[in-house]
Design a binder for this molecule. Sequence first.
Ligand code: ARG
Length: 324
Amino acid sequence: MTTIALPRPSPADRVATRRRYLMCPPQHFEVQYAINPWMDLTVPVDPAQAMRQWDTLRQTYLDLGHRVDVLTPETGLPDMVFSANGALVLAGKALGARLKHPERQRESPVYLTWLQQAAARGELTEVREPAHINECEGDFVVVGELVLAGHGFRTDPGAHLEVQEFFGVPVVSLELVDPRYYHLDTALAPLDETNIAYYPPAFSPGSRAVLRRLFPHAVLATEHDAAVLGLNAVSDGANIVLSAQAKHLAQQLRERGYRPVAVDLSELLKAGGGAKCCSLEIRQGPGGNAPAAPRRTDRAPTDEIGVSPVRPTTTNPTRREPPP
Ligand code: ARG
């Protein structure tokens, strides 16, 4: 069997690049309905704690030198905090959302308006509404020149073709089979331009074989790390922001030369979301991302909790976002 492996990354290659994320505060966050197995209507949510945890995530990105834009949430949309489901933005082009469940469908136009305003400011070149059910970065994971695309629970396979045509990038379809991992970003995380971490049992046998061929050096998550949504992680190429509970995964990442940055999002986990779900990456243009310039932070850099800036430069971050 031929292996179509991408070049093997070496730890010396871990370079953080500056990212831009769109986030939406959990002001109206609640578990009001159950559209995935994590959502248990009998378990109470602490809204103040959810807000504090979300804000720590936002601050973590700023401390790592990234830019964070904040979208104002709408009442009656408790899952709007999960901005990854709001769009897919690649090389300055944006495809909006078409969410499967009626409970979330009113979120799409709010995200679309934000994208259109960004386009009006000249930050995006094109914004399109999708024809097929499309849960955006929840089911589309960008790994270098490839887009990995999940189906089985939410996104329609027709959206995979739509993404390939609209962005002109190769899309690899993967079938999800475990309802706990209902979005691709709950079972697979990009680590850098060439490698990923994933939980094999979340995929059909054929899709597992595809992943083995494309990523023979992938990090394989344990059942426990997957079950705390440790794979719902955000990488800038070197720092990987992930659930504080995913201890073994953090250790595996450290061994590969990445820097795990742990965050506690236990309140948002009650709706089936983690760090990645709360972060929509705005990939603006060709030419790659600029090196990240971590902010000075009062928190001690550590591999476990807080921020582990890599390759600090003397340049100051060009922009700091005000709190929401
Ligand atoms: N409760 C939300 C839902 O079921 C969680 C969305 C999580 N988002 C994600 N990108 N995985 O739709």
